[in-house]
Design a protein around this ligand. Sequence first.
Ligand code: SF4
Ligand code: SF4
Length: 254
Amino acid sequence: MERHFKCTACGKCCQGWLPLSIEDALTHADRFPLFMMWSPVRPGGKSYDLTAELGLTFEPKKRKRAALRITPFSYIPSSIPCPALLPDGKCGVHETKPQRCKTMPLSGARAEDDQTDLMIPKPGWECDISTDAPLVYRDKTVIERSEFTAERSALKADSPVLKAYGDFMLAGNPKLRQEVTKMALNPRGGHVIVNFSTLTPRLPQVDMFSFAAQQFPVMRAFAELTAGEGSMTKEHKRYRACADEYQRMLDSQS
Ligand code: SF4
Ligand code: SF4
């Protein structure tokens, strides 16, 4: 089976959650509201082996194992466009856009032989999937590999830090462990979202005060954007809590 794909830069997929490498998250800390996403995958689930290799495995229940993907991400409601999206649908940070965006529609976080569905545009997306568009995937193999390989390499590079962070958090935070366990046992799956500041102590390159100074206005802006929007109450609360946390940190410095 062959899949052709060309991005026409319509900007329609530039909305909602955007998984990021640690480096991309830090590069865009003045733009994206950063959080950590914890996503359990049950044995037999999509890309279980790869998730276990890049992330970690744990025992949600005696004699049951689950893999856990842990990733930084830009936490934006699905109806809100990326802050880097320009009015003409183009990316405003094209030169430095996250690797996740460069690899679209393929995903380095999914097994190579499990990419077929990613090349089917969602309703409203204007991707060119005609045979005039470049051939990108054939017989479960990625043809144009550079961005796919770059994303997989970034995930591998982040893996030791995220594994150590995940083990530490699961061992020391019973409430988090309980929530992740609940998701892992839920046949419909799900995600647990945690503040990005839980990761920063493990990133020696991060000056926490500079990071807070970048994230505070972002969290405040997203809290304002989502205020009074019933469907975004959950997101609004998280932005506000993070804005308060970063504000306290900045206040403690002065
Ligand atoms: S960074 Fe650019 S390409 Fe990526 S989601 Fe935002 S606007 Fe789209
Ligand atoms: S929806 Fe398709 S065509 Fe539009 S920006 Fe995203 S990948 Fe490109």
